[in-house]
Design a protein around this ligand. Structure first.
Ligand SMILES: [Zn+2]
Length: 127
């Protein structure tokens, strides 16, 4: 991979990290507005609980993504960024541009997805 491409991908990851951190701030503001809302009746309450569950799930997903972004950034330090963790082949630049946090090449990822379907595992979708 060319150095200019690596630099670009690192910038994408840094931007991703930034937006996740900013996103956390936004969701805590939303929580405050939920608490200050007027006395809800039963159906509203159920509604609020559901939306809080969604908010928690989004935060979990963000945390998960943040961990992946941090891990990818670490790989720049030891020079292993862009290398498949399974077969140690280079991951294509096109794939990395779409999913810079990926740790598998397309072949290994497809293998893994096939296995996931077989075992019906509940896997958090890679971003
Ligand atoms: Zn691979």
């Amino acid at each position: 991979m060319r150095k200019s491409e690596l630099k670009k991908l690192k910038q994408i990851l840094l931007d991703m990290r930034q937006s996740i951190v900013m996103g956390d701030k936004t969701s805590s503001i939303d929580d405050e507005s939920l608490e200050s809302s007027e006395m809800p009746d039963e159906s509203d309450k159920a509604c609020t609980e559901a939306s809080q569950k969604i908010a928690i799930r989004i935060m979990d997903r963000d945390r998960n993504l943040l961990r992946k972004v941090e891990k990818a950034l670490d790989k720049f330090e030891d020079g292993s960024f862009g290398m498949c963790e399974r077969c140690e082949e280079e991951i294509s630049v096109q794939r990395l541009k779409v999913r810079p946090v990926t740790t598998l090449c397309i072949d290994c990822k497809e293998d893994e997805e096939k296995l996931e379907k077989v075992y019906q595992k509940d896997v958090i979708e890679e971003q």
